[in-house]
Design a protein around this ligand. Structure first.
Ligand SMILES: NC(=O)c1ccc[n+]([C@@H]2O[C@H](COP(=O)([O-])OP(=O)(O)OC[C@H]3O[C@@H](n4cnc5c(N)ncnc54)[C@H](O)[C@@H]3O)[C@@H](O)[C@H]2O)c1
Ligand SMILES: [Zn+2]
Length: 304
């Protein structure tokens, strides 16, 4: 391969803070310098930061050249590299600028996971749990008590997770309707993530760690508003807490998190809209939830 093609490598530091316009400019300039043209191919090898940023750079360089993803984190394998969303952050605002165009190919090799730190493994696993919950009882059952460090079982489940996301995205690439289901657990998950990030007294949470809490809260809201079966709600909570350690939030913190929800980009005209489930695999989008009930969801989470 190397003999037939000129392969150039562009490297940047790790971390979400790298997903910015300055790195795009640097890479656009390097591409120009090495003479990348419309026939060049960009290979994005790395976690979700690399696939998001690299996808965006590919979509904009010379008005768009081909790119493939080789995701190396679990989160990038089951989520970020699938579905065509590319983008960068604008200051503190995540994914504020971007494009929707899928990679020509996504190459997933679980061998990369051998070096992935355990907390990042779990973070990606939260998205797999979400895919299971929005898809079917069978998918959820397969996920809820596995050993995620066990190579063979995770490999099959990664495939299943990718297929679930891909099917949803193919039906609705621009998130007009069913793609919104991929936000299950994310409305509150995002608010919790942002709150912990901004608040010096709290350790920040990885995206998936916040989503795991969001999944429990959303399932409680689903039970209260759409009669999601109580037994399954308890099963969801217990199973998630078998993987993720429980966080504590004070009354003041819960109120601050609820305030932050208003800024969630998924909300229209200031109303807090959720994706909720009538049952595993049966969802309803654009559900309005009163603040009081969100507060009760946190009380439920604390009581577990
Ligand atoms: N485009 C989408 O649809 C979509 C969906 C979900 C998330 N995202 C984006 O993905 C990003 C998060 O992705 P992430 O969790 O992969 O973060 P990341 O890319 O920052 O990777 C997490 C950490 O793991 C390291 N890492 C990656 N692969 C490794 C490996 N094989 N061994 C050891 N270390 C490894 C990275 O260097 C980094 O320190 C966020 O920016 C988020 O917005 C995008
Ligand atoms: Zn997510």
């Amino acid at each position: 391969l190397v003999a037939e093609f000129d392969v150039e490598t562009i490297v940047f530091d790790e971390g979400e803070q790298q997903k910015n316009i300055h790195n795009c400019i640097r890479v656009w300039e390097e591409l120009t310098h090495i003479g990348a043209d419309r026939k060049s191919l960009i290979i994005n090898l790395g976690g979700g930061v690399v696939t998001d940023l690299g996808g965006f750079i590919s979509c904009t360089y010379k008005r768009g050249i081909e790119f493939i993803h080789i995701p190396t984190s679990l989160l990038a394998m089951v989520d970020a590299s699938v579905g065509g969303k590319n983008g960068i952050d604008l200051g503190m605002i995540k994914n504020q600028v971007g494009t929707i165009r899928p990679a020509k190919m996504v190459v997933i090799d679980p061998v990369f996971l051998k070096t992935l730190p355990e907390d990042h493994m779990l973070s990606g696993f939260a998205e797999m749990l979400k895919h299971g919950l929005i898809h079917s009882d069978e998918s959820w059952e397969r996920l809820k008590d596995i050993d995620i460090t066990e190579q063979d079982s995770i490999e099959e489940l990664i495939w299943e997770s990718v297929v679930i996301k891909d099917k949803i995205v193919s039906k609705d690439p621009f998130e007009d309707h069913i793609r919104k289901t991929l936000n299950y657990g994310h409305t509150l998950g995002h608010a919790i993530e942002s709150y912990c990030l901004k608040n010096e007294t709290r350790a920040s949470l990885l995206h998936g760690e916040a989503v795991a809490i969001g999944l429990i809260l959303a399932t409680y809201l689903s039970n209260q508003l759409l009669d999601f079966p109580l037994k399954k709600m308890n099963d969801v909570s217990t199973s998630i807490l078998n993987y993720f350690k429980k966080e504590r939030f004070t009354e003041k913190e819960i109120n601050s998190i609820i305030d932050l929800l208003v800024f969630d980009k998924k909300n229209r005209s200031g109303k807090i809209l959720f994706v909720l489930l009538e049952d595993i695999g049966i969802f309803k989008t654009d559900q309005e939830v009163p603040n009081e009930l969100i507060y009760r969801a946190f009380e439920y989470y604390q009581s577990l």
